[in-house]
Write a protein that binds this ligand. Structure first.
Ligand SMILES: Cc1cc2nc3c(=O)[nH]c(=O)nc-3n(C[C@H](O)[C@H](O)[C@H](O)COP(=O)(O)OP(=O)(O)OC[C@H]3O[C@@H](n4cnc5c(N)ncnc54)[C@H](O)[C@@H]3O)c2cc1C
Length: 156
């Protein structure tokens, strides 16, 4: 895909609009680490904007909801939040953060570290793999907890 004018930037990352859709090729949507996200500010050395799991789940959710509309000849309406919720395991401890949205200016920016993150990550791994095994990506209790905490995937 690298070098296709309008589809990717000079580094080969796919260009997308607010709905995860490529502006030049509207039948192409892109999600995940392959998309182009401009850094919010210049940096002394080249850096990329971090793309984390929950943020990518929000891109996937918006795309999955927009595709049937596009197939039916309607315009996409769902926009991902790009909220970031991360448990980074360092072995016997770790760091956690919540950034809503991921890029500044933020409404919420929270972080914590300690041994609890390591155990939380182990628990999350078990929970995540169980979801993969059962094929239910978002059980009702997860939806309830996330909604209560106002950590959403789709912009209101
Ligand atoms: C070391 C590390 C730690 C991380 N820790 C965290 C964390 O704690 N929390 C968090 O939220 N995020 C974390 N991330 C980020 C998170 O893992 C990524 O943002 C996320 O996995 C990206 O999802 P993706 O689907 O875009 O890409 P990937 O998960 O990379 O999936 C891409 C898939 O495409 C496949 N593929 C590639 N080329 C081809 C091809 N030509 N044909 C077919 N298949 C192909 C690959 O094998 C892969 O399975 C971490 C990332 C790394 C590298």
């Amino acid at each position: 895909m690298r070098g296709i004018e309008g589809l990717v930037n000079s580094r080969g990352f796919v260009l997308t609009d607010a709905f995860q859709r490529n502006p030049a090729f509207p039948n192409i949507f892109a999600i995940g680490v392959c998309i182009a996200i401009a850094p919010p500010a210049p940096t002394p050395v080249p850096t990329g904007v971090p793309k984390t799991g929950f943020m990518i789940e929000s891109m996937v959710t918006a795309t999955a909801r927009n595709l049937p509309r596009v197939i039916a000849g309607q315009a996409p309406v769902e926009e991902p939040t790009w909220n970031a919720l991360c448990l980074a395991d360092f072995g016997d401890r770790g760091a956690a953060f919540l950034a809503m949205p991921q890029l500044p200016p933020r409404n919420v920016g929270w972080s914590s570290k300690g041994r609890w993150v390591h155990y939380a990550k182990l628990a999350f791994e078990w929970y995540f793999l169980r979801k993969v095994r059962t094929g239910i990506s978002e059980p009702f209790y997860e939806k309830f907890v996330m909604k209560t905490l106002k950590i959403t995937k789709i912009k209101a």
